[in-house]
Design a protein around this ligand. Structure first.
Ligand SMILES: *[C@@H]1O[C@H](CO)[C@@H](O)[C@H](O)[C@H]1NC(C)=O
Length: 997
């Protein structure tokens, strides 16, 4: 019976299988050739007669033969099935764009595809040399092999294409130089060779023969020397991009003969000199000019501004003089970026009147006069960036109606008057920066409509009146800085609705009343500064529940009542309640001398801090007498004691003078198997293994076979005693005291053990456990970096993260390391990592010491968090930033700073390289690519940690969690090498580079 059914089925199916035509059968084989995780081929039904309705397949309507195969973005993996494809005689279009085609192309592979017109294999994993035989495809017009791993030189046959219009070889591993024979492909319209590791070479003058060329894209091709004059012959060129090369000389005057260039990008070369003043008038079709970031000097030629330009980018040069009025005449102009030059004069008053201006950035120049009134005439302006100029007058009323605006930055000018009412409430504005002008008037209630506002910066103006309740509607507000104005009245009750708020700075205003209720909803508040106002009432307990608050300044107000004990929950870097009317006890955690300055000027406040409430009240006065008496007596006893001890000691010294070492005092933190003398004897210059900013490090092998590292701090008692160099002396002392104090107390597997320390009048020694593999940085950036494969690097990241997380979260009080860097992560014999060198570590809430530590730069070049530049404050978030840099080092194998990055540091380099070239150019080539997925994830953590905004950085505990998750994922599934495209977590647009306020 079963047999009969099977037979029946076979009879039913068999004829239909034969129905499928020949090409359908070929395609079924092609289907089998690929891994198809996304089921791209799901509708390729074998029971159809033709493949013509299958996804990706197009047939000739008459003959039903396959003419086109479009497998773009299908996520297919497998070798390129050239042999099968070429059996379809009428096939003229093949696209495998953005898949994982991963074979090499052999010479004979494509010769049979004689009908081929369009071949797109861009963004795949093809390897090997370029197949020279493709040049034999006489009909080929389009060849794109961008984004593969093709290597070797461009084959000579490539000079013989007959119909080729587009040649794309961008982002491969091609070497050799750009060959002159490409100048023979006379049909070529686009030649895109950017981002290949070519050898240094000139632009072949022969490329000037490509008279049909419209696009010439040679970014980062290792081009040197001058731009050949012959390029002036490319009469149809619309887009010329030679950025990121080593070209020099000036822009050849012949380029002005390019009558149809739309876009010229020449940034980041060493082009210098002036923009040619003449010749521009011939370039009547020129629309876009970008020569930003060179070293151009001189003025902006008027002739150039008379062109009907769409885009003019001249930023980051040294241009001077006026911006010609004529620029405003262009009816096409949508982009004008001139930031960071030395331009003067007024901005053209008709700017924006004749064209749909989108982007205007004239920041950091010396422009004066008023803001042009027509900027938003066409109603599309997105950005008005004009910080750091000398602009005067009022903001034109028209800007208040400009509903398209995203970003408004007018800081550091001499602008005045009131703000147009509409400007406050523009619905798309995310940044409104009016800092340091002379603006006056009130914040209008219309501000409630600014639903996208994230930064409202009004500092240092003359704004007045109440802060309107409507501010509470701004659910996206991250920063509200209104310091140094004359705001009055009480804080609006609704201000507590700002759940995203990270910074609220209203110091130096005339605010009064009490703090509003419900402050606990400021869950993300980092900084609260209300100093020097007229605020009164109690300090609300709720402040203690703001878990990320680390800056609290309520000084110079009229707050009264007790200091709530809940404040002890906070980890504060800045803590100031001075000059209020507080009374009662100080919470025990803060009742320490180092917090004294936080409480000064509160007559009723009595803690156990000496000198705080100098007996102002009568009762205290009486006791003070008694205290003083006791103190004097105690001092007398002490002096007598010391004198007695001295006599005694002198005698003792006469006997034992020979043994100088007896003067050593030993402070040990662990049970020791050695004596200090043994160490002293071994401090030999031969044993020096390193030398840091605070001292030399010796390796000492003890008699019991144990090895220790001994750090001898610089300097002698003379310097310290006589304070020849007070600054230095302080640093040394702090370094020693801090290191001993913090490290001695700590026991953690990922923190270097301090065995003991020895001190004399002349010398200070710290004895650590010895770490045979030394500093991570030294190893990672040496020839031995091959020892560190990915699993080891991952483990190191994990270990160091756990060490830091312990310091931040488990130590009481928490410890900020302040100098996290790869060389302060030491490796033991098994490459286990431990955090070391607390020379500049600081207990977080040791606020009293904070002031002193500011004079000492904490941290090392390349690792310092950006906010340090303007806050000079160091907290856990800055450690996390530095740790992020270490992660980036681990993933990229690169130094944190390197002349190769130009102005950038590693963080910026990673971001731009990711953005422009992709992940493969970022990760260390020495690492096995089968871990790519994990590396991407770890890199992402590194990028998170180095977020420019401290608030966006994850805590160390979170970092540990995330790293653990990656490790766990590893056990579950094998590393699959899908081309992991990575988007950086943040993106800085170019205009901001010039507008860092
Ligand atoms: C190409 O991809 C297929 C499918 O994922 C895989 O089985 C094969 O090993 C890969 N070949 C190469 C050379 O990587």
């Amino acid at each position: 019976m079963l047999f009969h059914i099977a037979l029946l089925l076979l009879l039913l199916l068999a004829p239909c299988t034969f129905c499928l035509n020949q090409e359908g059968l070929i395609l079924q084989k092609i289907k089998l050739n690929f891994d198809d995780p996304d089921n791209f081929f799901s509708d390729w039904n074998e029971l159809d007669e033709t493949p013509c309705k299958w996804r990706g397949v197009t047939c000739d309507t008459v003959s039903h033969s396959v003419t086109s195969l479009d497998f773009s973005n299908a996520n297919l993996a497998g070798p390129f099935p050239a042999y099968l494809l070429c059996r379809m005689r009428n096939l003229n279009f093949i696209s495998f764009f953005n898949n994982s085609v991963n074979s090499t192309l052999t010479e004979s592979d494509l010769v049979a595809c004689q009908s081929l017109v369009h071949l797109d294999l861009a963004q795949n994993l093809l390897t090997g040399g370029l197949p020279s035989s493709v040049a034999e495809l006489v009909n080929l017009e389009y060849l794109d092999l961008t984004g593969n791993n093709f290597s070797g030189e461009i084959p000579a046959s490539f000079g013989t294409f007959r119909q080729l219009e587009v040649l794309g070889l961008v982002e491969n591993l091609l070497d050799g130089t750009i060959p002159a024979f490409l100048g023979n492909i006379s049909t070529l319209k686009q030649l895109n060779l950017s981002y290949n590791p070519f050898l240094p070479g000139k632009i072949p003058p022969e490329l000037g023969n490509l008279t049909n060329l419209e696009t010439l894209w040679l970014t980062q091709c290792n081009l040197i020397d001058e731009i050949p004059d012959s390029l002036g012959r490319l009469g149809r060129l619309t887009d010329l991009d030679l950025a990121l090369n080593g070209l020099d000389g000036s822009i050849p005057s012949s380029l002005t003969e390019l009558t149809s260039v739309v876009q010229i990008e020449l940034y980041n070369n060493s082009l210098s000199g002036e923009l040619p003043a003449n010749g521009w008038s011939k370039m009547t079709a020129l629309r876009r000019i970008d020569v930003s970031m060179n070293e151009l000097t001189g003025t902006i030629p008027t002739e150039l501004c008379e062109l009907p330009l769409e885009s003019l980018n001249l930023y980051e040069n040294s241009l001077e003089g006026d911006l010609p009025e004529s620029i405003a005449k262009s009816t096409n102009l949508y982009e004008l970026r001139l930031f960071q030059n030395h331009l003067t004069g007024t901005l053209p008053k008709d700017l924006g009147k004749n064209s749909a201006l989108l982007w205007l950035d004239v920041s950091s120049n010396n422009f004066s006069g008023e803001i042009p009134a027509y900027l938003c005439e066409k109603g599309v302006l997105l950005e008005a960036l004009m910080i750091d100029n000398s602009l005067t007058g009022e903001i034109p009323a028209t800007l208040g109606q400009c509903r398209s605006l995203n970003r408004i930055r007018l800081a550091n000018n001499n602008l005045s008057g009131t703000i147009p009412e509409g400007l406050w409430g523009l619905p798309h504005v995310s940044l409104l920066d009016l800092k340091s002008n002379s603006f006056s008037g009130v914040i209008a209630k219309t501000i409630g409509g600014a639903s996208n506002l994230s930064s409202l910066i009004l500092s240092r103006n003359r704004f007045s009146g109440n802060i309107p309740e409507e501010i509470g509607f701004l659910g996206n507000l991250l920063e509200f800085s209104g310091d140094e104005n004359v705001f009055s009245g009480s804080l609006p009750g609704k201000i507590v609705n700002l759940g995203q708020l990270g910074k609220l700075d209203l110091h130096d205003n005339a605010l009064s009343g009490e703090l509003p209720e419900g402050i606990y909803s400021w869950k993300k508040l980092n900084e609260l500064n209300l100093a020097n106002n007229d605020l009164a009432g109690n300090i609300p307990r709720e402040i203690g529940s703001l878990s990320v608050l680390n800056y609290l300044d309520l000084s110079g107000n009229r707050f009264s009542g007790k200091i709530p004990n809940e404040l002890q929950n906070l980890k504060l870097n800045q803590f100031n309640l001075s000059n209020n009317r507080l009374s009662g006890d100080i919470p025990p955690l803060y009742a320490k001398v180092m917090y004294k300055n936080s409480f000064l000027g509160n007559p009723g406040l009595c803690g156990d801090i000496e000198g705080l409430c100098d007996g102002r009240s009568d009762a205290a006065h009486g006791y003070a007498w008694l205290l003083r008496l006791i103190f004097v007596l105690a001092a007398l006893v002490l002096i007598v004691g010391v004198v007695w001890f001295y006599w005694k000691y002198r005698n003792f010294g006469k006997v034992k003078r020979a043994v100088d070492k007896s003067k050593w005092t030993l402070m040990s933190f662990h049970k020791l198997g050695f004596s200090e003398y043994e160490i002293l004897d071994a401090l030999d210059e031969d044993n020096v293994i390193g030398s840091g900013s605070s001292g030399k490090v010796y390796k000492v092998v003890l008699s019991n076979g144990e090895v220790v590292a001994v750090k001898k701090l610089w300097g002698s008692s003379k310097i310290a005693d006589e304070s020849i160099d007070v600054e230095k002396g302080n640093v040394q002392d702090d370094g020693f005291a801090a290191e001993v104090e913090t490290l001695g107390k700590i026991r953690h597997k990922n923190i270097v053990k301090l065995w003991c320390c020895c001190t004399t009048r002349d010398c200070k020694l710290l004895v650590y456990e010895y770490m045979p593999n030394g500093g991570l940085g030294d190893l990672l950036h040496s020839t031995k970096s091959g020892l560190l494969d990915w699993p080891i690097r991952y483990k190191i990241a994990m270990d160091a993260a756990e060490g830091l997380a312990y310091l931040h979260h488990d130590c009481v009080p928490p410890i900020v390391h302040r100098d996290v860097k790869s060389n302060n992560i030491l490796l033991d014999g098994d490459f286990g990592a431990r955090v070391a060198d607390f020379g500049v570590a600081k207990v977080v809430d040791a606020n009293g010491k904070g002031a002193k530590s500011m004079s000492v730069i904490a941290g090392s070049c390349g690792y310092i968090a950006p906010e340090y530049a303007y806050t000079l404050r160091v907290n856990e978030k800055s450690d996390i930033y530095s740790f992020g840099v270490v992660i980036l080092e681990l993933v990229t194998g690169r130094l944190p700073v390197d002349p190769e990055y130009g102005e950038k540091d590693l963080v910026k380099w990673v971001c731009t390289t990711l953005d422009q070239k992709g992940i493969d150019h970022v990760i260390d080539t020495k690492l096995d690519s089968c871990f790519k997925e994990d590396m991407c994830k770890v890199l992402n953590i590194g990028l998170l940690c180095t977020s420019p905004l401290p608030i966006n950085r994850p805590s160390m505990r979170r970092v540990v969690k995330m790293l653990q998750e990656i490790g766990r994922g590893n056990h579950l599934k094998n590393a699959s090498t899908k081309d992991g495209k990575l988007t950086p977590y943040y993106y800085e647009d170019a205009s901001d580079q010039g507008s860092v306020a």
